[in-house]
Design a protein around this ligand. Sequence first.
Ligand code: MN
Length: 257
Amino acid sequence: MDATRREALASLAGMSGVAAFSFGAYCQTADPTTPITTVKPAAAPVASLAAFDATKGEYVLPPLPYKSDELEPVIDKATMELHHGKHHAAYVAGANRALKELAGIRDGGDAGLVRHWARELSFHLGGHVNHTLFWNMMAPAGKGGGGEPTGALIAAIRRDFGSFDKFVAHFKANALQVEGGGWGWLVLDTLSKRLVLIQMESQQDRFIAGAVPILGVDVWEHAYYLKYQNKRSEYVDAFMKVVNWRFCEQLFDAAVA
Ligand code: MN
């Protein structure tokens, strides 16, 4: 693993509130009938994870790792521009605001407002983390998007879901059944070191502490309504054509290293 990638993933792990490099010997605990092999992951656009400015001590909006029209026809340009430039940017601003307000409370402000700003921080920082991951979990079809995972990740998917097809069906149903705005997530649970599919409501509710995100799909209406209107299932079907499995493999490999 080169230094840039290690740094980016370490930064991502810190941002997600998890320790991606501390999960120990996953391979030793796996079902011996389906051994997990370690493979060298392909390069991924991790440079675009620049989501925090350490000098300023502020979260920043990272650039998209592709042009805003490059995911078409799966995701249209107008949706990408609004989603990234307006929605994601608002989560960044909200997270910075919440941190500032909480600092003000420590400096003598109204301690009764901690609950309010703690909730604001969860929502907005959650949104920032989710979207930073989401952009990188996609790539233009034929330029890294689509296909199937390889290496240790596909081995773990087959072990934990039965087959890739069963995983995809479960992933879609999971995303489809999120109530209201939220996310469908494939995560690595840190107790079992196994993959599970969980739902997230809003930008943080129902998530499991320590779970490491591997693949997520945003099913807030702002993610698909311009093109798909109420047809969330068509959006999720199309999403699978732009999944950047190489990036997901890097997250998985780092989490089990
Ligand atoms: Mn969104």
